[in-house]
Design a protein around this ligand. Structure first.
Ligand SMILES: [Zn+2]
Length: 693
């Protein structure tokens, strides 16, 4: 496997941002287009019907040729303005009529396979090629209403090409070497993405609840039957899971479409995945379920983007995280720890409140929009119980399907099931940045006068402004461990808890069940710190131009901000990437006191990557055999943000892991023992999980 983790991006979220969302004014589009991938041309006719509410307007690529445009049946000279490569056509104010017909053609951009996973997050142009075409919404490949609209699209492609847009397939045929398919989408949509390629189409009909659902794969021929079968079965399984858990699947189809770009997008009724992504065995078990679930959250109930996108967090919680819970508590705990660690890796000032999250564009938005939001749903479920949580989810879905909903609507649904207002809880977590720093300032035990059990007095603190918390506290006694929950809603508070056996030590939130600031020992350095660095520095130890170019290329692929190139490690840089061959690195590691090459990576692969934290500085060390071995890291290393170290054989990571985290363990004093506790008494103890290789 070459990449892991967050390879999938959610276009569902991105599309909706492009346009204002005015469901009440939904327009309708009838589109009939021919796509010729070898010539890179699109031509066709669009019929747009607008409601009475506003002046009709549509957008089309600025270089498209409009052969005829009429209102009613009368040719009209539209008011035309150009912005960001698109032309906006408005019906002149003196012209009556709500029905517009446009005959047009345009030439598309060639396929750009050099795009990496980050650049496909940005707005893509419509690209055509015989090995795969992708015409995204908002790129101007068809006359696009500037309000929501329902649509019917007929598309034809030549030869072995097949094409698909989101929606219900109402007819398809192949005549005289031309494939033609018609799709209908009755809900208000913000735009249409068209995908085409030399697909082999495989289909399975299934019945989910009282609905017949058509499952399809549109795969490049070399992906094969077995993989297609596996995907159809996995999609079937996810549709059943979420229909039973949330409510009926809101569409009649689901398709998995392969493409040549190294990424994945979720859209209503389908997911579009790079062929190399489809081949990765773990995608079916994780990201596919996430994309299927977006048909409930995102493309079923629409987030109110202006007030914050909750759909990524809820999808992450009910897909990625739910699968970890199925795998076991230690996997689930590791994911929660990962969310907190990713947040801890953000440079100062990068954090944003959840109300400001719209879609993933960089590490900071992902840490908040996915991790923090998922943790909020976890904390709400802990507070109100799983049954009440699921009832609230079902009611929320039923009441808001095909409508826009906000965090406030979710909060109302949970509050109703809990029979108590959860407003303060939601407000604290969605409107603020940062996280509480929860600590135990002192722990004092006293035996019960009766001789049965012990009273343990804890002084807890969390800083200001205070969050409404229920803090899990693990108490180690002479005979074992008990986890108790202690309410804390002020900056500092004392609580007395009863334990059966003599308490010896306490640990705050040992299983990462709270959104909180990790202590430095709980957050080992990870690659993400370099990725998200505000002002990164690349220290290149080699003199050869090849090596320098490779170092720059890896830096460009890995880092979100442009890096300064230097040859010596600046002491004041919070994050630096140190790059060299093993021979050059050894003396430099010693010179800067960065420790020896870790055992986990020593003597393995063609390149080794590891993180070192030294006081206030995090150094990402990249040791490569030669320039080629270094350049080979550009594709996969950016996907290893949550790791502390990795070993590569060419472009392929063959081992990876996270440095062992430690818990902050506070010893319990016996009542009457002397003095305030000295910080040196805070012992550090390894937590019991291993770094995954
Ligand atoms: Zn998503």
């Amino acid at each position: 496997m070459t990449v892991r983790g967050s390879v999938l991006l959610c276009l569902a979220a991105v599309i909706a941002l492009l346009l204002p969302w005015r469901v009440a004014d939904a327009a309708h589009l009838e589109l009939d287009v021919a796509l010729d991938p070898s010539q890179r041309t699109v031509s066709g006719t669009a019929l747009l019907k607008f409601s009475e509410a506003e002046r009709p307007m549509f957008a089309l690529a600025a270089d498209a040729i409009v052969e005829r445009a009429t209102v009613g049946s009368r040719p009209v000279r539209f008011d035309r303005t150009v912005a960001d490569g698109r032309a906006f056509f408005r019906v002149p104010p003196d012209v009556q009529g709500r029905n517009i017909s446009v005959v047009y053609r345009l030439t598309l951009a060639p396929l750009d396979l050099a795009r990496d996973h980050r650049s496909v997050l940005e707005a893509l142009p419509a690209m055509a090629d015989e090995q795969g075409s992708f015409l995204p919404s908002g790129s101007g490949w068809y006359p696009e209403p500037q309000t929501d609209f329902s649509y019917a699209v007929s598309v034809s492609v030549p030869g072995a090409q097949r094409a698909i847009v989101p929606g219900r397939l109402t007819s398809e045929s192949t005549r005289e070497g031309v494939y033609r398919a018609r799709f209908q989408f009755d809900q208000p949509a913000a735009g249409i993405d068209l995908m085409a390629g030399p697909f082999v189409v495989r289909e399975r009909q299934t019945r989910i609840g009282d609905r017949d659902v058509r499952l399809r794969t549109y795969f490049a021929p070399d992906l094969g039957d077995t993989l297609s079968d596996d995907y159809l079965s996995a999609v079937d399984r996810y549709l059943r899971l979420y229909s039973a858990w949330i409510g009926p699947y809101p569409y009649d189809e689901f398709s998995v479409v392969s493409g040549p770009l190294p990424t994945g997008f979720g859209m209503p009724t389908l997911t579009y995945l790079g062929a190399q992504v489809i081949r990765l065995p773990f995608i079916r078990d994780t990201s596919l379920g996430h994309e299927v679930l977006h048909n409930w959250w995102g493309n079923g109930v629409y987030p109110d983007y202006a007030r914050g996108n909750w759909a990524e967090g809820l999808t992450t919680f009910m897909a990625d995280y739910a699968y970890k819970e199925q795998a076991g508590e230690s996997a689930a705990r590791e994911m929660r720890h990962g969310w907190l660690r990713d947040h801890a890796a953000l440079p100062a000032g990068q954090d944003r409140p959840l109300t400001a999250f719209t879609s993933r564009t960089h590490s900071a938005s992902a840490a908040v929009g996915y991790g923090k939001a998922a943790m909020l749903f976890y904390m709400v479920r802990e507070q109100i119980g799983a049954e009440a949580f699921d009832r609230a989810i079902r009611t929320f879905y039923r009441d808001h399907l095909f409508k826009r909903a906000s965090w406030a609507d979710l909060e109302a649904a949970f509050s109703k099931e809990f029979s108590q207002p959860l407003g303060p809880v939601f407000n604290a977590w969605i409107t603020r940045t940062g996280a509480p720093h929860v600590a135990i300032a002192s722990a004092v035990a006293k035996p019960e006068p009766t001789g049965r059990g012990w009273n343990l007095r804890l002084l807890l603190s969390q800083g200001t402004p205070a969050y409404p918390l229920t803090v899990p506290v693990a108490v180690t006694t002479a005979t074992g461990q008990e986890v108790l929950r202690v309410p804390l809603s002020t900056a500092r508070d004392a609580a007395t808890i009863r334990v059966t056996d003599q308490p010896l030590a306490v640990v705050v939130d040992p299983d990462f069940q709270l959104w909180r600031e990790l202590d430095a020992v709980e957050a080992p350095p990870i690659v993400r710190e370099a990725i998200a660095a505000h002002d990164p520095v690349i220290v290149n130890l080699e003199g050869s131009p090849d090596f320098g170019r490779a170092a720059e290329a890896v830096g460009k692929a890995l880092l979100e901000q442009p890096a300064r190139m230097t040859s010596a490690l600046p002491a004041d840089a919070p994050v630096a990437v140190l790059v060299g061959t093993p021979a050059r690195l050894e003396p430099v590691l010693a010179k800067y006191h960065l420790g020896a090459r870790p055992e986990e990576v020593r003597g393995r692969g063609t390149a080794q990557v590891w993180t070192v934290r030294k006081e206030q500085q995090t150094v990402l060390v990249i040791s490569a055999r030669d320039a080629d071995s270094l350049a080979a890291l550009a594709r996969a290393l950016p996907h290893l943000g949550s790791q502390s170290w990795a070993v590569f054989e060419g472009p392929r990571p063959i081992a990876r892991g996270v440095w062992r985290a430690e818990a902050v363990r506070v010893p319990v004093r016996l009542s009457g023992e002397n003095g305030p506790m000295h910080p040196a008494l805070i012992l550090r103890e390894g937590l019991s999980w291993s770094s995954a290789a």
